[in-house]
Write a protein that binds this ligand. Structure first.
Ligand code: CU
Length: 180
């Protein structure tokens, strides 16, 4: 009695291994033609040759060395925030008149340390020191020379006097008087 059940045979068919890894083909996709048209980058930089930037120092106050000295005893104060002429020359004993020809108020204020030795300090408002003039102006606009008015000062001591307008000094409103 041996019967073999033929059904027991199991045929395990291992299906063929899929054709994996067939062609690792394709290696043609390589980046061929290396187009050299690229690089629009080179925007020719550099040629901005704006011949270097050091701004030339404009001859502002201080150095009373250069520039011409106008022989006059009258100086105008203008709405351009300047004294005209900026540099004048007078003889000792001359009375210098500062006329406000514009509509904006100004002061005539000497730099205490920039007047000749022994000279009398001067400032519109008749202050006897630069500090007093500065404080007087800032507190109550003392020393202000309104439109249409003038300030006079007689200079006896020879030498160079530097002066300024308190509210417009930062605008370059300065001047010089050379007494000879
Ligand atoms: Cu002024």
């Amino acid at each position: 009695m041996t019967s073999i059940d033929p059904s027991r045979r199991k045929l395990l068919r291992v299906a063929g291994v899929a054709i994996a890894g067939g062609a690792i083909a394709g290696c043609s996709a390589a980046p061929g033609e290396s187009s050299d048209s690229g690089g629009d980058g080179g925007s020719d930089g550099g040629d901005g040759s704006s011949d270097g930037g050091t701004p030339e120092p404009t001859q502002s106050g201080g150095g009373s060395s250069s520039g011409e000295w106008t022989e006059t005893s009258t100086v105008e104060m203008t709405d351009e925030l300047g004294f005209e002429p900026k540099q004048i020359q007078v003889e000792a004993g001359t009375t210098v008149t500062f006329e406000n020809v514009g509509s904006i108020g100004h002061t005539v204020t000497a730099y205490e340390d920039e007047i000749p030795d022994g000279a009398t300090y001067f400032a519109s408002g008749e202050f006897d020191s630069q500090q007093a003039a500065s404080e007087g102006y800032s507190s109550e606009q003392a020393g202000n020379v309104p439109a249409g008015e003038s300030y006079e000062v007689t200079l006896e001591t020879t030498g160079t006097y530097e002066y300024y307008c308190i509210p417009h000094e930062m605008n370059g409103m300065v001047g010089s008087i050379k007494v000879v």
